[in-house]
Design a protein around this ligand. Structure first.
Ligand SMILES: [Zn+2]
Length: 89
């Protein structure tokens, strides 16, 4: 949790055209894809985003947010490293 203040949210990871964003919505990533990647690379937001390249970081973050909301994952979407993990029932 100490990492949360080190990096503020809203920092764009790269310029992204709005039209590109619309083409690549979070729904192009499946829950299973994300769970598999977390098992492989760990829970760091940046490692997860890199694993999905060339899918834009913002799209990956949006997907993680949607999974957090549905309680499939635990972690933090503020823009810090996240520490995501798969929530076990
Ligand atoms: Zn955070």
């Amino acid at each position: 949790m100490a990492n949360h203040l080190a990096r503020r949210c809203g920092q764009p990871n790269g310029a992204m055209l709005e039209s590109d964003m619309k083409k690549l919505q979070a729904k192009t990533l499946t829950d299973a894809d994300v769970i598999k990647v977390i098992a492989r690379v760990g829970g760091s937001l940046f490692a997860i985003q890199d694993a999905f390249a060339p899918i834009p970081h913002q799209v990956v973050l949006a997907k993680l947010r949607s999974m957090l909301k549905r309680k499939l994952l635990t972690g933090c979407d503020c823009g810090c490293r996240g520490d995501f993990s798969v929530r076990t029932p």
